[in-house]
Design a protein around this ligand. Sequence first.
Ligand SMILES: Nc1ncnc2c1ncn2[C@@H]1O[C@H](COP(=O)(O)OS(=O)(=O)O)[C@@H](OP(=O)(O)O)[C@H]1O
Length: 356
Amino acid sequence: MARSSPRRRTVLFLCTLSLSGTYLCYSLLVCCGGGAALGPAGAVGGGSRCRPAPSPARKKLLQQPPPACPGRRREPPAVAAAAAAGPGANSSGPARLPGAKRLPHAIIVGVKKGGTRAVLEFIRGHPAVRALGTEPHFFDRNYQRGLDWYRSLMPRTLETQITMEKTPSYFVTKEAPRRIFNMSRGMKLIVVVRNPVTRAISDYTQTLSKKPDIPTFEGLSFRNRSLGLVDTSWNAIRIGMYVVHLEIWLQYFPLSQIHFVSGERLITDPAGEMGKIQDFLGIKRLITDKHFYFNKTKGFPCLKKTESSSLPRCLGKSKGRTHVQIDPEVIEQLQDFYRPYNIKFYETVGQDFRWE
Ligand SMILES: Nc1ncnc2c1ncn2[C@@H]1O[C@H](COP(=O)(O)OS(=O)(=O)O)[C@@H](OP(=O)(O)O)[C@H]1O
């Protein structure tokens, strides 16, 4: 065999080197190429995308199973594009502001007049939680605006913080469970429930305060009162048929991802209910009985201080108002109407709310 010259050997060596380099780059690209589509470690919301393993600190805070990539129904282009874009966090904007806007990790989805504002105001006092103060109504009225719009409304959060919002009408919006699932199947859902009769009266009291000319509560509640025929098409009645709405949510989310708060106990024992909510969110129990005092004038528990101020604060005038007087017989008829729904609801969620 002829011996190769030193010049040939050098050329051969350089060729081998360049081939190895190309292969190394290619391997790195194949291995990490998906990274661009992944959210930042710890971003739970932000579309039904596969997530990288959260950092240990984040894991401790959220204790949430990482969502797998679910099969999706078709979404409006804006929603689909934002979900495909991946990152739950949007750190565009002034570079110096800390944190990023992220899609929610937990949502208070209902129920109207259940005590949703109280839960939101109490939980946002926790350092690991940041919440949107207004109701975005994204999954019912504003869905066409897309996920980028929704995210842009959110407060900035650090990676270790939970983003929350509340919109009580989601609970009775048929499309909401599917839409939320499509955004994040790992979403934590909170539902504040209250005796459906008291809830209906509270709802009616609110409507009456805005439209004093509406018919009476009795008139709206029944199709035929003497026959005991309740008008289930009236929203104030329909919302309280909790189990009917819950069944749709359960087609998408397991019960372990839904936490039910007793609207009644939220008033008599706010720290107890908040303790359970913090456990559900996987955050330390920092909101305790030290945070509340009972305000005799208001007749409700209030906060000793808030997220933004060290002064005591009660909820506004529209929360905890005096209800319209209703004939006790009407109340009894409605209790009878709701009984089977309530029982089925207790059985489904495995909790007795004692509304009888
Ligand atoms: N701490 C405290 N302070 C004031 N109000 C409290 C509180 N905790 C629970 N609640 C009850 O919350 C009821 C209003 O419920 P929501 O906040 O869900 O109403 S809304 O759907 O957002 O309009 C409201 O209903 P009404 O009593 O009928 O006004 C209250 O009973």
